[in-house]
Design a protein around this ligand. Sequence first.
Ligand code: PLP
Length: 386
Amino acid sequence: MPLLMIPGPIEVSPAVVDAASGPPPGHLAPSLIESFGASLELMRRVWLAPSDAQPFIVAGSGTLAMEMAATNLLDPGESVLVVSSGYFSDRMAEMLRRRGAKVTVLRAEPGDAPSLDAVEEALSSGGYRALFATHVDTSTGVRVDARALAQMARAHDVLSVFDGVCATAAERFEMEAWGADVYLTASQKAIGLPPGLALLVASRRALEARAKLSSPPPLSIDFEQWTPIMRAYEERRPSYFATPATTLVRALEVSLREILEDGMEARFALHARVAKAMRAAWSALELRELPVRPELAAHTLSALYLPEGVGPELVASVAERGVVVAGGLHPALRTRYFRVGHMGHVLTQPDALRTTVRAIAEALSQHGHVCDAVAAVAALDRALGE
Ligand SMILES: *Cc1c(COP(=O)(O)O)cnc(C)c1O
């Protein structure tokens, strides 16, 4: 199997592969009820969420988790602010429009994020029900200042929602301390599972917002349908609304325990340290990043401009060397850059990181960007050792 170094799905740990294999448990099996209940409890710890926040585990993609957030918090006609940092923020804005919301989008150039001043000014003009932002935009590798955005929203009594699909369990996010209302993700990114689970934690305020809606969301993604199910599982009681992805829930418990093994501080630090090491390698290869300032560069992936004279076919040449990286995604720049994911299990496998750097360096040389693979791997190793 090639090494999967895209921003999701990612390489998963051997224990997760084991847990995700074998005959599926029934949704009422005692072992599944136990895994489900434990996973809900563990999610609060990974999300650093308060005890009255409600975790949801629903079969689906990250996009489904986004739709849950877009439809459970506000009625048609209400105003929302989308702090857009790229492709996935724009998807969120479209979902909100379809919900009938009045959507204001704050935009930035690709590789940048709207300024906090612009957000503050927009919030001060008043009337917003909620602020939506993408914690790490997977199309550009830009991470927004989620803490500042959540705190600003709180100060204006506006709900805050963060799409953490390329961030949760890797980038620092303190749901309770920052007062965020929804933090959502999917199983196949830094959570370290196969694709198939939409994961979301909602604050008490978010649940109250749902309770007050006059226009309910679609039944299959309604907080109010799912809350009693989640509570039942957490109390280790059987329950049914729609069949959960039982095999993946079994694997989720395993993965969340791995994530929490050394604590969340260690987990955030590992991602920061490896991101820095990967960037040392990119710099040795003279690759330029999309994020326009270092503090915007995510710890979970790198978005790198293709050097002069090298086209998007680089991705296929890297794949020939056994490593899968991703092409561009942002519509404005799609053919001008490529992306490398660095999250989860693979971060504990320095050989996989070296293989990735070497494959990219060799493919670049093949396409005429002459560079030194040995020096790039040495730069990686040096930074990993620091
Ligand atoms: C991957 C991703 C999504 C979409 O997740 P799917 O599981 O593909 O639906 C949404 N937002 C962000 C930030 C992502 O990285």
